[in-house]
Ligand binder design. Structure first.
Ligand code: ACM
Ligand code: ZN
Length: 531
């Protein structure tokens, strides 16, 4: 072997070694992955208690939030100073040439300049900076990052009906979503097992419908057992406003879900005239799908739904309102004179179409009040209008069908997006959960628009993970189910084409430390190599 070849081989080996073991400074671990990173500049920007945040374009809100967050990470006694004028520091501004939710960040030893396409874009830039600061104890490697999301709708859902979470717990959930650059919280506020939102016109909904006598123990294997302990909770309208405002400050829109016409047994307990046969039923103490649903034949049901929605519309600035629409058995309707009369009067063919009638009527009402409707994919079964947005949960087929018809779609298939499912195959040490199996890797590898035509793809507005809480009884367990899988979800939502199997593990080790610093309860399985 001649010398020249030897040197070349040696050089190639060096390059190989460097690329396999890239220093953090050259390749910082940011989740979700930014669009473009060039950390080739030398030097560090050091963040300390004297660093000012310099604000233009009224960016006081993202500045104030970062000022508080930095206090936590740097163990400072006071938040960082926010000001209109100062030298150096972290400088924030908006430029409409940057994509809507995107940002550009330039880090030099003297200053960090973050230019967002909007307030939200600046906020996301600061969230990236927060990860850099946390990983390096305030010393940030110099360079340039440009970033923007893949999907406009990046959601996470939270069921507070099966188990209730306090305002403070919901706020912490929102903090976690914001750190992963999500922008929608789908708040599942009503179901068979509890009505959790105060409605002034119908105080019975929370007075009676927010409390169940007891709760099923375990998976309800025969003989079934109940725990004998009353369980309940609800949010006042003032508390709802507080949560909506807290989320908005973190650029998260809260989308309320009011379930109809099924998953409504708590409402039927409070107001028995909502049902077909007006029998008294309990707030349900069992999980699953109950035959007790709202009557779709009586005008009084529509009046009720419209009155409830009027208050909901007042509380939630969201352009979308979710009306549920899933899992509505039709056996009561089949025997109900009102439902049968409505089928006849509206010249419908069957009870499936009666649900289609109810959903279309409610959508019209929402549209007339300036809102758009979202429903679970069952709303396709009764014939849906072209303007409804469909949440595809029974796999991806419903979503593809809806997108091909021209409806907007949010992908949230159960087998990939239900974070209440087990995280490991063996389930060892996980505690009791509803079932299923969704390890981190499965979410991370998922392509939500795979195999779709370009036309259908253009209707996939986003992706969402769901958190059903039958077996999630407290905030610790909630976070254990959410983390670290939300990191994989955020990579799908924000950085679909930038995922990299080679680097994700290293990035997640850094993210795990970030979770620890935030005091969030992250599950260990992914890090232990268990799936
Ligand atoms: C659902 O999981 N029933 C939407
Ligand atoms: Zn009926």
């Amino acid at each position: 072997m001649n010398m020249r070849l030897n040197i070349l081989t040696f050089a190639a080996l060096l390059v190989f070694a460097a690329s396999n073991n890239q220093s953090y400074a050259a390749n910082p671990h940011i989740i979700p992955e930014p669009g473009y990173i060039d950390m080739s500049d030398d030097g560090l920007f050091e963040l300390d208690k004297k660093t000012p945040i310099v604000v233009s374009n009224d960016l006081w809100n993202p500045a104030a939030i970062f000022a508080e967050e930095a206090m936590e990470f740097l163990d400072l006694k006071r938040p960082l100073r926010t000001t209109k004028r100062a030298k150096g520091g972290i400088r924030l501004r908006i430029d409409r040439f940057v994509p809507e939710e995107g940002y550009e960040m330039t880090i030099t030893p003297e200053e960090v300049v973050i230019i967002g396409g909007s307030e939200a874009g600046v906020f996301y830039g600061l969230q990236t900076l927060r990860q850099l600061v946390a990983a390096n104890n305030g010393k940030v490697p110099c360079g340039y990052i440009a970033d923007e999301p893949t999907f406009a709708y990046r959601g996470a859902h939270l069921d507070v009906a099966r188990h209730f979470f306090t305002v403070e717990e919901v706020k912490e959930y929102i903090d976690i979503l914001a750190a992963h650059k999500l922008n929608r919280l789908h708040w599942h506020l009503t179901d068979d097992q509890g009505w959790r939102i105060e409605i002034k016109r119908y105080p019975e909904l929370t007075e009676k419908g927010s409390m169940r006598k007891e709760t099923l123990v375990g998976h309800g294997l025969k003989p079934e057992k109940w725990d004998g302990t009353p369980y309940g909770g609800y949010y006042t309208q003032e508390q709802i406003r507080e949560v909506v405002d807290y989320a908005a400050k973190r650029y998260i829109t809260v989308i309320p879900e009011i379930e109809m016409p099924g998953h409504a047994q708590a409402a039927l307990h409070a107001l028995p005239w909502l049902g077909c046969n007006e029998q008294i039923v309990d707030v349900w103490t069992t999980w699953g799908v109950t035959p007790e649903v709202m009557c779709a034949g009586k005008e009084s049901t529509y009046t009720f739904l419209e009155n409830v929605l009027l208050e909901v519309i007042e509380l939630f600035p969201s352009e979308y309102i979710h009306i549920g629409g899933d899992e509505c058995p039709k056996e009561r309707w089949a025997e109900c004179e009102h439902c049968q009369a409505m089928i006849k009067a509206q010249e419908l063919n069957n009870t499936e179409e009666l649900q289609g009638y109810l959903v279309a009527r409610i959508e019209k009402f929402l549209n007339a009040h300036g809102k758009k409707m979202i429903g679970w994919d069952e709303i396709l079964d009764g014939g849906v209008t072209s303007t409804a947005t469909v949440m595809s949960w029974r796999g991806i087929k419903g979503g593809i069908k809806a997108a091909e018809r021209g409806n907007d779609v949010i992908m949230t298939p159960m087998t990939l997006c239900y974070l209440n499912f087990y995280q490991t195959e063996s389930r060892e040490g996980e505690g009791l959960h509803i079932g299923g199996h969704i390890p981190f890797e499965l979410i991370y590898a998922w392509d939500p628009t795979e195999g779709m035509s370009d036309e259908a793809k253009s209707h996939i507005i986003g992706v969402q993970c769901n958190m059903w809480t039958e077996y999630i009884k407290d905030a610790q367990t909630l976070q254990h189910m959410l983390l670290p899988r939300l990191a994989a979800m955020s990579e799908v939502q924000w950085a679909t084409d930038r995922r990299n199997e080679q680097t994700i593990r290293q990035k997640m080790e850094t993210m795990r430390k970030f979770y620890e610093e935030c005091g969030w309860n992250c599950s260990p399985y992914y890090f232990d190599g268990r799936k």
